[in-house]
Ligand binder design. Sequence first.
Ligand SMILES: Cc1cc2nc3c(=O)[nH]c(=O)nc-3n(C[C@H](O)[C@H](O)[C@H](O)COP(=O)(O)OP(=O)(O)OC[C@H]3O[C@@H](n4cnc5c(N)ncnc54)[C@H](O)[C@@H]3O)c2cc1C
Ligand code: FES
Length: 279
Amino acid sequence: MYKIVTKKELAPKIKLFEVHAPEIAKKAKPGQFIILIVSEKGERIPLTIAGYNAEKGTITFVFNEVGKTTKQLGLLNEGDSILSITGPLGTPSEIRNFGKVLCVAGGVMIAPMLLQIKALRNAGNTIITIIGARIKELLFFEEEMRALSHNFYVATDDGSKGYKGLGFLKEVLEKEKVDRCITMGPVVMMQNVCEITKSFGIPTIVTLMPIMVDGMGMCGVCRVNVGGETKFACVDGPEFDGHKVDFDQLIKRQRLFLPEERLSSLLWEQLGGCRDGRK
Ligand SMILES: Cc1cc2nc3c(=O)[nH]c(=O)nc-3n(C[C@H](O)[C@H](O)[C@H](O)COP(=O)(O)OP(=O)(O)OC[C@H]3O[C@@H](n4cnc5c(N)ncnc54)[C@H](O)[C@@H]3O)c2cc1C
Ligand code: FES
């Protein structure tokens, strides 16, 4: 059992958990993820590691309550335990001195991007950061990001804070000579970033989040097409060269079980949604 030592609500439906998991905390690196099971009858869900502290024996992750399991998870409190956590999984990010790195993060993925930025800064990089969300209320970690960035921008889909949309990215890239771009967030956002960076010839790394089951390269559920080759996001990734990813196929595969996911969340809520998943 993995005890929750800290719980924070960062934005509506976006929660941070710091959990006692000493074995994972010892080995975790930026870019890796865990798979957790909330309770005995629970589903396995992957979440990106957003922090780790080997001395305290804790790991941190931030999640968006989008469906049944993430809603169940959000009902747990400090002192409660999560049944199972497997990790660290996936290939760690490449961290070295690239020069000037543009980091573009959207939504809940702002959290793991902060971990990447800390590591990239420690490696001597100059950091330009863009964080974005649908509306200003869903932004978080702004001050932490600003403090670690040489240049910092905010964007929202509705323009309620900072730039409206990502159109201004072209202007940023015309001003700054960027050596590498890293982007994490909704697929459509990463796809848009890749289209723009491709026209500037900037190598771009994306974090892919297809549906996963075992997270260990055995079930094949997480397959993605990168440069015409089939890759398993859980072991070959989750980070890939964004200019080679078949985003249209990824979007189609992510939507494969949407009716079932909606039904499962609805039924669980109608039955009075409880945290151990029995209802
Ligand atoms: C490597 C990886 C890292 C991730 N990191 C984070 C993170 O740090 N924070 C976060 O909030 N979310 C993260 N996700 C997405 C998260 O796993 C899903 O939101 C979660 O599984 C949804 O479960 P649910 O039962 O609450 O919702 P569901 O009802 O199952 O689904 C709601 C939505 O989530 C997507 N989804 C469902 N199951 C999975 C799955 N097994 N893998 C990926 N997507 C799925 C569906 O396409 C659907 O759009 C990550 C996914 C992957 C693959
Ligand atoms: S999740 Fe099974 S192979 Fe990747």
